[in-house]
Design a protein around this ligand. Structure first.
Ligand code: HEM
Length: 151
């Protein structure tokens, strides 16, 4: 006799809990929407920082290669994406902007391939030069294709 109210309370809790959780998901204040390209860029950013930190160390080449593979995958996916700045242009200018961006990103993928080769050959001096070139490509890519108000 005494047990029944407790069982009912527990049953009610079990039934309502999923709804409470679902409501939290939908009612959040996270209004920041990421573009697909931003997601790829963020994915390469963390790996890129580690690569720069450890590129000189031949003992870390295996780990560096795994990080380079991550950057390569994200860069390859990025080639086919459209920067948000393209939406501010129309017609032929927009097409040209996207084509130029895509070309720059393809070149970047090429440099990443060279970086992989240098690391596999144990050429850390060569790899360091390529990291410098990739960093220039990153800066130029951001100057030419990325909105200014972001880093
Ligand atoms: C190692 C190379 C690179 C790294 C680590 C990198 C990193 C980043 C980061 C952290 C952001 C901001 C993402 C955010 O706001 O969530 C970004 C945005 C962006 N990056 Fe890169 N980037 C690299 C190379 C490039 C290259 C080569 C290009 C162009 C050819 C490029 C074009 C862009 C564009 C267009 C955006 C703005 C996102 C959009 O328009 O949707 N990035 N990048």
């Amino acid at each position: 006799m005494k047990k029944q109210p407790l069982i009912l309370t527990l049953a009610l809790l079990l039934v309502t809990l999923p709804f409470v959780q679902a409501d939290n998901h939908g009612g959040g204040h996270d209004e920041h929407h990421h573009s697909e390209l931003e997601d790829q860029m963020s994915a390469m950013n963390k790996a890129w920082r580690s690569i720069r930190r450890q590129i000189k160390d031949p003992a870390k080449n295996k780990s560096t290669l795994a990080l380079v593979a991550k950057v390569k995958t994200a860069a390859q996916k990025s080639v086919k994406m459209t920067p948000m700045l393209a939406e501010e242009q129309k017609g032929a200018a927009r097409e040209k902007f996207i084509a130029n961006y895509s070309k720059a990103m393809k070149r970047t993928v090429g440099l990443i391939g060279e970086l992989e080769k240098a690391l596999k050959a144990g050429d850390n001096a060569g790899a360091e030069v390529l990291v410098g070139k990739l960093n220039d490509a990153r800066k130029k890519g951001h100057e030419n294709f990325k909105p200014e108000d972001e880093d």
